[in-house]
Design a protein around this ligand. Structure first.
Ligand SMILES: *[C@@H]1O[C@H](CO)[C@@H](O)[C@H](O)[C@H]1NC(C)=O
Ligand SMILES: *[C@@H]1O[C@H](CO)[C@@H](O)[C@H](O)[C@H]1NC(C)=O
Ligand SMILES: *[C@@H]1O[C@H](CO)[C@@H](O)[C@H](O)[C@H]1NC(C)=O
Ligand SMILES: *[C@@H]1O[C@H](CO)[C@@H](O)[C@H](O)[C@H]1NC(C)=O
Ligand SMILES: *[C@@H]1O[C@H](CO)[C@@H](O)[C@H](O)[C@H]1NC(C)=O
Length: 423
């Protein structure tokens, strides 16, 4: 990631801080625990989590449990310490932007890589890259959204490529380097003829010049009634993973003279909440009209909370000293983006866009951000802005992808033909 890109990506972080005040008490408690009794932490896990449900390894037969997933709210659970994590090492994965390489960029602790998401009512299947690749054979999976979507996409590239010894057999179809920020990047896994794609579409809907006769204040508009014009590139994918949220802020829109347009009309008074809701309605209608929902799995990964403390990205906000999740930190109200999504997506039946509600689980993971470690070591003289929006890899986005994997397997098991059930 270039310096400019980093700055640009960070820019959305100027949005107001949604995070509850840091729970100092629980952090102190964990810190004491670590220093006084680190053996217990590292070798036996956190005993108080084991009281409610043991951190057992998932059962071996995934398919037997898939029915169970139906009744299981996979988003309701806990982070448990697991020595088998992370699922890959960043040094062995060539598909990570330097901006997400916290270890290489000097982050001294690796605690944030050791947490596994454990739903309360069921076990997630252990991620099996070979199995996912086999099911993706001759197919396409595309992430469409902002740079947090890119974060998740790079995580999936690493998770899948861990099963491929010859990394040269995985390549960007246009030869574009991953370190350069492009409109889209398409990685092909040659052994499986499948592609894992990313489209940078931070608002999902289209944007462009204002219509003729619009007031002078209007420099640009977001077309709330039209999908971004890249849609024809990704619409044919077999698995679509949308996300948006961080750019829906005053700073990224109206403050820059970017107003909301529907048809030929620019509405100067529309607030961001309403505009966001309208854009999700547009996405839903688009999916109903343009996507073959018998063939395509469609997910919407919800907002991933930021954790800036005492400021925002450009005013000294930070998170670099945080080494542990804060298990006491849960949103006291439903996060606004997630709430709007859930209301809009449930309007159409059957629900064709499945909401991956990672917001609550991610809320507690204040320890997983790239913070100071998004600049390469050689560039330590760069402006010392911290990034408490994006995530270190390996790290938190891997857990989102484990959830994606379980939903993917579930969908496959519900939609596979009798013939493919046999193999
Ligand atoms: C992963 O999946 C492949 C293909 O389905 C299977 O052969 C292999 O045994 C699995 N690995 C593990 C560790 O379960
Ligand atoms: C490779 O996958 C694409 C879809 O991504 C498909 O159209 C094409 O037919 C596949 N090629 C082969 C040789 O199976
Ligand atoms: C946004 O506008 C809608 C409709 O005008 C209104 O109901 C809502 O309260 C407004 N929300 C905020 C946060 O101002
Ligand atoms: C999807 O499947 C349903 C039920 O099998 C069928 O009625 C419908 O026509 C299919 N839609 C498309 C676009 O293939
Ligand atoms: C550091 O900065 C230089 C010059 O701005 C740039 O060429 C180089 O790629 C940067 N390195 C990293 C790791 O970001």
């Amino acid at each position: 990631m270039t310096k400019n890109t980093t700055k640009q990506d960070l820019d959305f972080s100027k949005k107001s801080n949604l995070v509850e005040p840091f729970t100092l008490v629980s952090c102190l408690f964990i810190a004491c625990f670590v220093y006084l009794n680190h053996r217990a932490l590292f070798f036996h896990g956190f005993p108080w989590f084991k009281l409610s449900y043991a951190a057992t390894s998932p059962a071996s037969d995934v398919d037997q449990r898939l029915g169970f997933l139906d009744k299981c709210d996979v988003y309701d659970g806990r982070w448990v310490w697991d020595e088998n994590y992370p699922l890959y090492q960043s040094q062995h994965c060539p598909f990570i932007d330097s901006g997400f390489r916290c270890l290489e960029n000097g982050r001294p602790d690796g605690f944030y890589t050791k947490w596994r998401w454990q739903p309360k009512a069921c076990n997630l299947p252990r991620f099996n890259a070979t199995k996912m690749l086999e099911k993706l054979r001759n197919r396409r999976i595309a992430f469409v959204g902002d740079s947090i979507g890119r974060n998740q996409w790079e995580s999936l590239l690493c998770m899948l490529s861990s099963a491929i010894p010859n990394k040269d057999s995985i390549y960007e179809v246009n030869g574009s380097p991953i370190t350069k920020h492009k409109g889209f990047l398409v990685f092909r896994f040659a052994d499986y003829n499948c592609t894992v794609e990313y489209y940078r579409v931070p608002f999902l809907v289209a944007h462009g010049s204002p219509p003729r006769g619009a007031p002078e204040a209007v420099k640009m508009t977001l077309r709330l009634d039209l999908m971004d014009r890249t849609w024809h590139r990704w619409v044919g994918a077999d698995v679509l993973v949308f996300n948006t949220g961080h750019w829906w802020s005053h700073h990224k829109t109206t403050n820059r003279g970017c107003y909301f347009q529907q048809g030929t009309e620019v509405n100067l008074n529309m607030n961001i909440t309403t505009a966001f809701r309208e854009s999700i309605e547009t996405l839903l209608n688009f999916v109903h009209g343009q996507v073959n929902t018998n063939k395509t799995q469609i997910y919407f990964r919800t907002y991933a909370p930021e954790h800036f403390r005492r400021g925002s990205w450009n005013t000294g906000g930070h998170c670099h000293h945080i080494k542990f999740p804060d298990f006491g930190l849960y949103p006291d109200k439903t996060e606004e983006h997630a709430e709007i999504l859930s209301r809009v997506l449930s309007k159409k039946h059957p629900q064709v866009i499945e909401m991956m509600n990672v917001t609550p689980m991610t809320f507690t993971r204040q320890d997983g951000h790239t913070s100071l470690y998004h600049f390469g070591r050689e560039n330590e003289t760069e402006p010392p802005g911290e990034d408490c929006s994006h995530w270190c890899l390996p790290g938190v986005p891997d857990s989102w992808n484990e959830l994606l994997y379980s939903l993917f397997l579930k969908w496959e098991s519900l939609h596979s033909t009798p013939i493919s059930l046999l193999d």
